[in-house]
Design a protein around this ligand. Structure first.
Ligand code: P5A
Length: 451
C-alpha cells in the first residue's frame, strides 16, 4: 500500500476527551472516529487490526470445534420475553419499535436467539455436542461509555454458545472454550489470565473472565505469580481428549486469581507474599456455564438415549475483538506510539523513502516494495513528500514491527537502514541482507503465532 494513496488521517494531538493512552493513540493514528458517545467508525488502519484480531479468534474457535453462523443485530422482544430477560435487562438494552408497533431491540448478546435456532432444528442427543458462534456487533447503552472502543456502546463481540445433553459434557464444552481462549490470547501476543468471575445478567454457576494486565485496567486483580510462567498449549492440541483438556484447565485454575469483585482476603492470605501479584487488568473475554437457564423456559429440549426429553445444558463464551484492539495498545506502547504484536500489526513493514523524486531512492524502494510484497509481507510504503522527521514520527506512532529506511546517502554505500519498532534498534545493511532479515522474522513469527 502506498501511503500517498491510503487514507490515514493522523492527528497531531489527541482530543482532550481521550483519557487513556489507547484511546489517544487510536485517535491520533487515524484508526477510529467517534460518531456519537460510545459509537465509532473504524478507519482503514484500525479496521485492519480489528480484522486480524477477528480472524485469530475465528481460527481458534474453529479449531476447538465451534461452528460459525451469523445472527442479526436486531432481535424481536418476544424472544426475550420468553426467557424473562426483556424486563430484567433494564436501560442497557436499546429498545426499538418498528412501523408495525412491534417491540424490537438491538442485541446486547444472543443467548435467546441461539436457543431459538437450536430448538427449531435439534431434537436428539445424537446431534450433540454442538457449539455455534458468531462475530457480530452488539449494543449496550452503557451509562458512561468511555475510554473509546474499550467500553463502547456499540462494540464487536465473538459469542459462542454450547449445547450438551448433561452437566458433565456441558462442563467439558466449557473447558474446551477455556483452553481455546488461552490459545487465542497467546496468538494475539498477550498474556491473558483466567480469573473466577461473577455471572451478572448472563447467569449461571461457573464463570471465568480473561484479563490482560495493564496499568490502566478497570479491574484490580489479585493473582499468583505462577500465572506468568504457565505454558499455553500448542496448535497440536487434541480437543477431543476431555481428560487432557480438563488437565490444562486444572493447571490454569490451581492458583489464586481473582478480580476485586470476587476477591477473598482469607484465601489471598494463603498465597506467600513473594508470590502475590496485585495489578490492574482489562477484561477481554468472559465465559459462562448456566445449564438450563435459557433452554428450560424456551423449551429447547433433546431426546436422550433413554427416550426422555431434557432441556439442553448450555454455556456462552464471549470475546470483544474491538476491546482487544484497545487492550493490546494499553499493553504495548511507549512515548512515541503503538507497538503492535506481530500477529495483528496492520502492516509488517513501513518502507520509508527519504527522498521521493530521487531516481536512486525511488528505484530502490520500488524494488524492495515488490520483493517484500511478493514474499507475502504487508508493506506500507511512505512515498509522500513529508519531511524525514515527520515520516519517522508517523512510523513510530502507528507501531509497525519494522521500518525500512531508504535514503540517498545510505544507498551510495549500497545500504539501507532497518529499525525494529519494539526495541528501537537500528542496523545499516545491504538491501539483500535487509530482505533476508525480514524473511527470517516472518518465518519465526509464523511459527510462533500462526495457526
Ligand atoms: C458471553 C457471550 C456475554 O455477553 N453472552 C454471550 C456472554 N459476556 S460479556 O462478558 O458481557 O461480554 C463478553 C465480552 O464482550 C466485551 N465487551 C465489551 N467490549 C467493548 N465495550 C463494551 N461495552 C463491552 N461489553 C462487553 C468484553 O471483551 C467481554 O469480555
Amino acid at each position: 500500500m502506498l501511503l500517498s494513496k491510503y487514507f490515514l488521517p493522523v492527528l497531531k494531538e489527541a482530543p482532550r476527551e481521550a483519557e487513556i493512552i489507547s484511546h489517544q493513540l487510536m485517535l491520533r493514528a487515524g484508526m477510529i472516529k467517534q460518531q456519537s458517545a460510545g459509537i465509532y467508525s473504524w478507519l482503514p488502519l484500525g479496521l485492519k487490526v480489528l480484522r486480524k484480531v477477528e480472524q485469530i479468534v475465528r481460527e481458534e474457535q474453529n479449531r476447538a470445534g465451534a461452528v460459525e453462523v451469523l445472527m442479526p443485530t436486531i432481535q424481536s422482544a418476544d424472544l426475550w420475553r420468553e426467557s424473562g430477560r426483556y424486563d430484567d435487562y433494564g436501560k442497557e438494552m436499546l429498545r426499538i419499535t418498528d412501523r408495525h408497533e412491534r417491540d424490537m431491540l438491538f442485541g446486547p448478546t444472543n443467548e435467546e436467539m441461539i436457543t431459538d435456532i437450536f430448538r427449531a432444528y435439534v431434537k436428539s442427543y445424537k446431534d450433540l455436542p454442538l457449539n455455534l458462534y458468531h462475530i457480530q456487533w452488539k449494543f449496550r447503552d452503557e451509562v458512561r461509555p468511555r475510554f473509546g472502543v474499550m467500553r463502547g456502546r456499540e462494540f464487536f463481540m465473538k459469542d459462542a454458545y454450547s449445547f450438551d445433553l448433561d452437566e458433565a459434557s456441558s462442563r467439558a464444552a466449557y473447558y474446551r472454550m477455556f483452553v481455546s481462549y488461552l490459545r487465542t490470547f497467546d496468538r494475539l501476543g498477550v498474556k491473558a489470565i483466567p480469573m473466577r468471575a461473577d455471572t451478572g445478567p448472563i447467569g449461571g454457576d461457573l464463570s471465568h473472565e480473561f484479563l490482560i494486565l495493564a496499568d490502566t485496567g478497570e479491574s484490580e486483580v489479585f493473582c499468583h505469580g505462577d500465572y506468568m510462567k504457565l505454558d499455553v498449549p500448542g496448535a497440536g492440541l487434541d480437543y477431543s481428549d476431555d481428560d487432557a483438556i480438563a488437565g490444562i484447565v486444572n493447571d490454569w485454575t490451581a492458583s489464586y486469581a481473582r478480580t476485586d469483585e470476587m476477591h477473598d482476603e482469607a484465601l489471598w492470605g494463603e498465597v506467600a507474599s513473594g508470590d502475590q501479584m496485585n495489578a490492574r487488568g482489562i477484561e477481554v473475554g468472559h465465559i459462562f456455564h448456566f445449564g438450563q437457564k435459557y433452554s428450560e423456559p424456551m423449551g429447547a429440549k433433546v431426546t436422550g438415549p433413554d427416550g426422555k426429553d431434557t432441556p439442553v445444558y448450555m454455556g456462552s463464551y464471549g470475546i470483544g475483538p474491538s476491546r482487544v484492539v484497545a487492550a493490546l495498545i494499553e499493553a504495548g506502547h511507549d512515548d512515541n506510539g503503538i507497538i503492535w504484536p506481530a500477529s495483528v500489526a496492520p502492516f509488517d513493514v513501513g518502507l520509508i523513502n527519504l527522498r521521493p523524486g530521487n531516481e536512486k531512492t525511488d528505484t530502490a524502494c520500488g524494488s524492495l516494495y515488490d520483493q517484500l510484497t511478493n514474499a507475502g509481507f504487508d508493506v506500507l510504503y511512505d512515498d509522500t513528500d513529508n519531511r524525514a522527521g515527520g515520516k519517522f514520527a508517523l512510523a513510530d506512532l502507528i507501531g509497525l514491527p519494522w521500518q525500512l529506511i531508504v535514503g540517498p546517502r545510505g544507498l551510495e554505500n549500497g545500504e539501507v537502514e532497518l529499525k525494529e519498532r519494539a526495541t528501537g534498534e537500528r542496523e545499516s545493511l545491504t538491501m539483500e541482507a535487509a530482505v533476508n532479515r525480514l524473511t527470517e522474522w516472518q518465518s519465526a513469527t509464523r511459527a510462533r503465532f500462526g495457526g
